[in-house]
Design a protein around this ligand. Structure first.
Ligand SMILES: Cc1cc2nc3c(=O)[nH]c(=O)nc-3n(C[C@H](O)[C@H](O)[C@H](O)COP(=O)(O)O)c2cc1C
Length: 206
């Protein structure tokens, strides 16, 4: 049974703390047999939501750019892993830009009522938020969680878990963290095993 895994890195820094932590989750998911695809937002060319509200009437975003295809990939994933470092106590502009562009799906769900995810669908579609922060504050991720929760709700994923590592200034980066990479890999393995156990028998026919 195929478990499709989509990792999206919202860090502007290539192969930095956040993308490395994301890679650890994806490595674990691959070890458990998941089919992995990774997208790096900073490599894409996309606009932010214009707030035109046309999607409230049509259910379609007027912008056609590199994000358009990404939403199709998100719809095809069983596991969605969104990664963003903490910038100015929240998610990065790259990640927020992606999340805001999901407004057309929100419109389909809540205004036009043409999009509906059953409880069973959501149970079989899990999401993980990966994040890193320089500060050691316990609450350093708190402003990030609501936006990510909204995105997972809008796209039909159950918010399964976080893979987060703070205090990275003290550790000298993710490589200096005593447990984060190992824990991330384990979570990647565990969630793919869980998703496979939840797949319906007729999922094997595709
Ligand atoms: C513009 C900017 C803003 C940041 N703001 C915060 C912050 O508000 N709180 C914090 O704990 N760390 C902050 N950091 C530190 C990063 O969250 C931390 O170094 C993170 O691990 C970077 O991930 P990356 O290697 O993927 O870029 C900031 C870093 C940058 C570049």
């Amino acid at each position: 049974m195929t478990v499709n895994v989509l990792g999206i890195s919202g860090s502007p820094r290539r192969h930095g703390n956040t993308e490395t932590l994301l890679d650890a989750v994806l490595d674990g998911a691959r070890e458990a047999g998941g089919e992995i695809e990774k997208i790096v937002l900073r490599r894409l060319d996309y606009a932010s939501c214009q707030g035109c509200n046309v999607c409230h009437k049509t259910g379609v975003c007027i912008i056609d750019d590199d994000l358009t295809g990404i939403f199709e990939k998100i719809a095809g994933a069983d596991l969605l892993v969104i990664a963003s470092p903490i910038y100015s106590m929240g998610i990065t502009a790259e990640t927020k830009g992606l999340i805001d562009r999901a407004q057309y799906l929100w419109a389909q769900k809540f205004i036009l009522k043409t999009l509906y995810y059953s409880a069973e669908h959501t149970l079989r579609h899990k999401a993980i938020f990966v994040s890193t922060a320089g500060l050691g504050w316990e609450n350093v991720f708190d402003a990030a969680f609501p936006a990510v929760t909204a995105f997972f709700n809008t796209t039909g994923f159950e918010y399964w878990d976080n893979v987060i590592a703070n205090d990275l200034d003290r550790y000298g980066g993710i490589a200096g963290h005593p447990a984060a990479l190992e824990d991330a890999q384990k979570k990647g393995r565990d969630v793919v095993d869980l998703l496979r156990s939840l797949q319906a028998p007729d999922d094997t026919e595709t």
